[in-house]
Write a protein that binds this ligand. Structure first.
Ligand code: HEM
Length: 493
């Protein structure tokens, strides 16, 4: 009895303390909720980052909203995101438990979802670092260059298919790094498996939307044959697809290694199935978005393209660009930063969760709150980037360059993207190489009139520029010939 009274007293004291902190410090502001369902009715079904940024203009850089009992705060400023995710990373590095994703779909211990307090977390990060940091990435340069050259030849052969060439380039590169060398046919096959990942990513985007949290949290125990248990069937589908993805590639790599005829890869060095697939999942849909945005922006800004091409021509004098040219090409470097800022590929990053009650900027942030860094809002913050919607590489040049967006578009704190360096290395070569060999311009219709691209973005965990028409033509047949010779092909292959 005494024991029960003690527990009751401790519980009451904790509750009082909580109430006291709540009274002293309000929750971060946000739109007015309904009593029971919270802000469900105000949440958009797509491009949430835009709505959160608008709310930020009304309520301040740290906003909060509620979906039934689940609270989310959104950090719309660089300062708030740095203060919480970076400076207080010991409290802000876990992922929310989304039953749908982590438990029902069986991804709880994946690299992306594992709690930061789990003993595997540090091992995962260390292994990622050993495969993706600047030193190993340097050793991948010849592979990256070979894949880049293949992409250039594909651009020349079928320019209207540029989107799929970019996708294939990213996929075949990470396949080789993660699993070992593949033949063209195998790449084709594995690339078809990529669509599975994309389905998975789409499902992920659905289940991390606030409305789904409640349904999956409260209703997770109902059997999947129930008429309204669609979310459970979706989870089961995702689980099956992700398992297939993990095993198809891993089993192939293992087979190669066992046969003795293989090249070194992340799998041969680490033998961790879910880590190899994390590399693949992290890389297959991100760098693609940057390169597609680059093509769009060159279509829209011929003056920027001309200036970048002039720089490449001046430095390379008839040869293909290499990584050693980077310091001598400040304008191309600024252009890449501006593409990344203008079109952040992971606009809300991945959700974090706070593991203790906290007070920030005199607001109370209860333990268990989901925390989103609005990377899109930071990239469009006019105090950091005047005229933020204008594409202007100049902003990163001169004596007072604007803030380097690479410091936040890969996330912040302990969960910061481990693939940043690995991602940037092929992007810089691909951009400089495309500028050297091709001209990108607006497509023309049958009457010879230029077609103005309609700029729209997809909405998922990652966001890309939607399909748009453009014209890609060879500006340097000599360089194209050089690329073909180096790759052991002819330009007509
Ligand atoms: C332009 C390219 C890329 C961008 C913009 C990007 C962005 C991000 C962001 C915003 C996060 C979430 C960070 C957070 O939770 O705060 C993340 C996580 C992650 N990224 Fe990337 N990424 C890119 C490329 C890559 C590549 C190439 C790889 C692998 C080769 C990769 C692997 C990962 C992994 C494994 C995580 C999860 C880390 C964890 O939860 O501990 N990413 N990335």
């Amino acid at each position: 009895m005494e024991y029960l009274l003690f527990i009751f007293a401790v519980g009451l004291a904790a509750f009082r303390l909580y109430r006291l902190r709540r009274l002293q410090h309000p929750l971060p502001p946000g739109p007015t909720p309904h009593l029971w369902s919270g802000n469900v009715h105000q949440l958009p079904s797509s491009h949430q980052w835009r709505t959160y940024a608008e709310w930020g203009h009304t309520y301040g850089p740290v906003i909060s909203f509620r979906v039934y009992s689940k609270r989310t705060i959104v950090l719309n400023s660089l300062k708030a995101a740095t203060d919480l995710l970076d400076t207080r990373s010991s409290m802000y590095s876990d992922r929310p438990i989304l039953w749908m994703l982590t438990e029902l779909a069986g991804r709880g211990l994946s690299v992306f979802n594992i709690p930061a307090s789990h003993p595997w977390f540090k091992k995962y990060r260390k292994t990622m670092h050993s495969g993706l940091s600047p030193r190993p990435t340097m050793s991948y340069r010849p592979i990256m260059q070979a894949h880049s050259r293949k992409m250039l030849l594909s651009f020349a052969a079928s320019p209207t298919q540029f989107r799929s060439h970019i996708r294939k380039n990213a996929a075949s590169l990470i396949l080789e790094i993660a699993y070992g060398r593949t033949s063209e046919d195998q790449v084709e096959y594995f690339v078809s498996v990529i669509s599975v990942i994309e389905e998975g990513t789409k499902a992920h985007a659905v289940v991390v939307q606030p409305g789904w949290w409640l349904s999956s949290d409260l209703l997770r125990f109902i059997p999947s044959w129930f008429p309204f248990a669609e979310f459970k069937r979706l989870a089961a589908f995702q689980k099956k697809q992700m398992k297939r993805l993990d095993s198809v590639l891993y089993d192939w790599a293992k087979g190669q290694i066992e046969s003795g005829d293989y090249v070194e890869s992340f799998t041969s060095l680490n033998f961790r199935q879910n880590m190899s697939s994390a590399l693949y999942a992290g890389a297959s849909d991100t760098t693609v978005g940057i390169l597609i945005a680059f093509v769009l922006l060159m279509t829209l800004h011929p003056e920027v393209q001309k200036r970048a091409q002039a720089e490449v021509d001046r430095i390379c004098e008839g040869r293909m660009p290499t990584w050693d040219d980077e310091p001598d090409m400040p304008y191309v470097g600024a252009l890449i930063k501006e593409v990344m800022r203008w079109s952040p590929v992971a606009p809300l990053g991945l959700p974090h969760v706070v593991t203790q009650d906290d007070v920030y900027d005199s607001y109370f942030i209860p333990k268990g709150t989901t925390v989103l860094a609005n990377i899109w809002a930071i990239a469009q913050d006019e105090t950091l980037y005047p005229s933020p919607f204008t594409f202007d590489p100049e902003r990163f040049l001169g004596p007072n360059p604007q803030f380097d967006p690479r410091k936040f578009i890969f996330g912040l704190g302990r969960r910061v993207c481990p693939g940043q360096h690995f991602a940037e290395t092929p992007i810089s070569l691909n951009v400089a190489s495309v500028l050297a060999v091709f001209n990108i311009s607006k497509a023309v219709d049958e009457q010879g009139r230029e077609i103005e691209p309609d700029v729209r973005f997809t909405s998922s965990t990652t966001s890309h520029v939607e399909n748009f028409p453009c014209s890609i033509t060879v500006r340097s047949p000599e360089l194209l010939e050089l690329v073909a010779t180096e790759s052991g092909r002819t330009t007509s292959d």
